[in-house]
Design a protein around this ligand. Structure first.
Ligand SMILES: Cc1cc2nc3c(=O)[nH]c(=O)nc-3n(C[C@H](O)[C@H](O)[C@H](O)COP(=O)(O)O)c2cc1C
Length: 184
């Protein structure tokens, strides 16, 4: 037996991306986005409806994508339910402080330890924001002894589109590009 759900965006896992932008005056904003992902070695697409964030991108085509982590679930959800257009103190209320990216004209949220710094290349079909990843910056505290990003230290969360939950990514169950060799 199986069940059809119809046409729904039920992909698992979905990322929780915190999109950082500046407005025309250089004021930082952030929003939560789950509909998106990597589409090339240096490319990311995020599907955005109209928000303060998209108004910002129209005047300033750069953005950051910070990975939401388990330590900041409440703040990351808050920026997904309140608009910077209505709440001028959105960032402060979230407890987020920012610094300007060294590579693009977009804010890095100091509290979130992993950030992709992006340049907007194109808006496809009116809502799919295609960005070039110009740099990735990580806080030392999420690096392993080899200086690589450690999933165990990052504690990224995933969005469950069926029940609207946030889940921490769990234990390691295999090795990519390796385990399948057993069946070669
Ligand atoms: C878990 C979650 C995922 C979301 N994903 C998206 C998304 O992929 N695209 C989108 O346009 N809005 C998404 N939103 C809604 C925006 O984050 C929300 O409307 C936000 O208040 C916009 O902020 P802004 O107006 O300050 O830019 C999501 C919200 C949550 C809580």
């Amino acid at each position: 037996m199986s069940k059809n759900f119809g046409a729904k965006p039920l992909l698992f896992p979905q990322p929780v991306m915190i999109i950082g932008t500046y407005d025309a005056e250089g004021k930082a904003n952030a929003m939560n986005a789950a509909w998106g992902g990597i589409v090339g070695p240096k490319e990311i697409i995020i599907d955005l409806s109209h928000h303060k964030t998209t108004d910002n991108l129209a005047v300033n085509p750069y953005f950051t994508v910070a990975i939401a982590d388990a330590e900041h679930v409440i703040a990351c959800d808050y920026v997904g339910i309140v608009s910077g257009a209505k709440e001028p103190n959105k960032m402060a209320k979230a407890g987020f402080t920012t610094r300007k990216s060294e590579f693009v004209n977009a804010p890095i949220i100091n509290e979130l330890p992993l950030t992709l710094e992006c340049k907007l290349l194109e808006v496809i079909g009116g809502s799919k924001y295609l960005g070039e990843i110009v740099n990735v910056v990580a806080e030392d505290r999420i690096l392993d002894e080899k200086g690589e990003i450690s999933l165990q230290k990052l504690h990224p969360i995933s969005y469950d589109p069926a029940h609207h939950g946030y889940y921490i990514l769990g234990e390691k169950v295999g090795n990519a590009f390796k385990d399948g060799k057993e069946l070669k």
